[in-house]
Ligand binder design. Structure first.
Ligand code: GAL
Length: 332
């Protein structure tokens, strides 16, 4: 295992930002303490970076695409930015009117995190103050990334001094053909899910679960996007799946061009599947991106779940420990 740490001055933040690289014989992963994010994920065998991002650290600090970032306190949307815990009502910042998205204007993706490196791990930590973006409780968060053989494990831990809500995820944009190498329509997806969460025109869950059968969301059997949309009417995926409860992988993605396969494991109940419709004309690391330049798999609690009592609740009680994981396994 090799570790390299570097710092770059961001004029925009007027602060130093650190990048830390962990590498082993199979993978080289670069992290950044701005957003506790993943900025490079290189498959050593092909010297191929398979995550999208910006061409410089300064660029990361001025964009709003959430590249590789830690998203929180609450990933995805909360209707009208409102919720109650024990009859106490809270109002969050409204950064996607009329709703709250991905933790607000200055979500965790825009914070400078502390970090410690230990062997093959890096642990980022951040203290989110009571009522930051409107959330109750001083929340102490740790995001631990561990690189082993061909796996990258992401573990989330948090504690609060008041009852609050937490829903942390990672927003990496993957392209298994390589960052900036065309689109991901030839990728084959297997998503172990029978239902998706219905959403309204503002992408807010209604509370209904809809079967994926006979819809373009049915990836129960490995299917490429090309094949799924064979009528050439490509559907933009920005959908939330309810994952099956098995301990096995929840998603398998492979590229027939590079033969790289990624398996995703997680203990979260749901996952947002997003095919990067927000990246049209974005100048990235080595190329200009477009819709379908990448896919995001964002394990999480269902969007707006705090307002839908039939959904698993994202509540962290005072004194309890929030603990969830996402594991990416690469078969090369
Ligand atoms: C995704 C979300 C999209 C969009 C994107 C960021 O997680 O599902 O709707 O908000 O983040 O632009």
């Amino acid at each position: 295992m090799k570790t390299i740490a570097e710092k770059t001055f961001s004029k925009y933040l007027n602060k130093y930002v650190n990048t830390i690289t962990l590498s082993n014989e199979n993978l080289t992963v670069e992290f950044c303490n701005y957003g506790a994010m993943i900025t490079k994920l290189i498959v050593n065998k092909y010297n191929l970076d398979i995550v999208l991002g910006c061409s410089s650290i300064e660029e990361y600090t001025i964009q709003d695409k959430f590249f590789g970032s830690t998203i929180g306190r609450y990933a995805n949307r909360i209707k009208n930015g409102e919720f109650s815990i024990d009859s106490q009502k809270y109002n969050l910042s409204i950064n996607e009117p009329p709703n709250h998205l991905h933790g607000g204007f200055e979500g965790f993706h825009k914070k400078l995190w502390n970090y410690e490196i230990a062997d093959n791990s890096i642990v980022f930590s951040y203290l989110s103050n009571n009522l930051e973006e409107g959330y109750p409780g001083n929340l102490s968060i740790k995001v631990k990334y561990t690189l082993t053989k061909s796996d990258l494990l992401v573990e989330y831990f948090a504690t609060s001094d008041r009852d609050t809500i937490v829903n942390l995820t990672n927003h990496s944009y993957f392209n298994l053909n390589g960052e900036g190498v065309g689109d991901i329509k030839n990728h084959i997806f297997q998503i172990n899910s029978d239902f998706y969460t219905e959403f309204d025109k503002e992408s807010i869950s209604t509370g209904n679960l809809i079967t994926v059968e006979n819809t373009p969301l049915n990836f129960k059997n490995a299917t490429s996007i090309d094949e799924m949309c064979s009528n050439k009417k490509f559907m933009d995926y920005d959908n939330n799946y309810v994952l099956t409860s098995s301990n096995d992988f929840k998603v398998l993605v492979s590229s027939p061009s590079t033969n790289i396969t990624m398996k995703l494991y997680t203990d979260y109940p749901c996952m947002q599947f997003f095919t990067a419709s927000n990246l049209e004309n974005f100048v990235g690391k080595t190329n200009t991106y477009s819709n379908f330049s990448a896919f995001c798999l964002e394990p999480q609690y269902a969007p707006n779940s705090i307002n839908i009592k039939s959904f698993e609740q994202p509540i962290l009680k005072k004194g309890d420990t929030y603990s969830h994981f996402i594991k990416y396994e690469f078969i090369i």
